[in-house]
Design a protein. Structure first.
Length: 123
């Protein structure tokens, strides 16, 4: 597993949103999708509100690679499925960062959303 350097990790985790572009099978990038991003420990995570049926999530499964842009950091990444053991810390990170959006944050805390938790690793 490749780890984030400190300054990039801090900038990404401080960003309100992240733009994610997944790679198609031919290596070109899809249009960006804007989403919430959280940090748990030294790792960065995203989730699909629609779970594994979400269009951007399905696209990310094509090559498990893409590019993100958040907090002034643009980085090529690998998408890794999070282990269910990571879900609790990711849930806590979403509650802490986005808890002010009471009615909305609950949508990323459902079992459906948890099943789509991806860890973003720099490459």
């Amino acid at each position: 597993m490749t780890t984030w350097d400190g300054p990039a990790l801090d900038k990404i985790s401080a960003a309100e949103e992240l733009d994610l572009r997944s790679e198609r099978s031919d290596g070109t990038l899809r249009a960006p999708v804007t989403m919430w991003v959280v940090r748990a420990g030294d790792r960065v995570y995203v989730r699909s509100v629609k779970g594994t049926n979400g269009p951007w999530y399905r696209g990310a499964q094509t090559r498990h690679r893409g590019r993100i842009d958040a907090g002034g950091v643009q980085q090529d990444v690998t998408f890794r499925e999070a282990d269910p053991g990571e879900y609790a810390s990711v849930d806590a990170a979403y509650r802490e960062k986005y808890g002010r959006y009471t009615d909305i944050v609950e949508h990323v805390l459902t079992e459906q959303a948890r099943s789509s938790t991806l860890r973003l690793e720099p490459r």
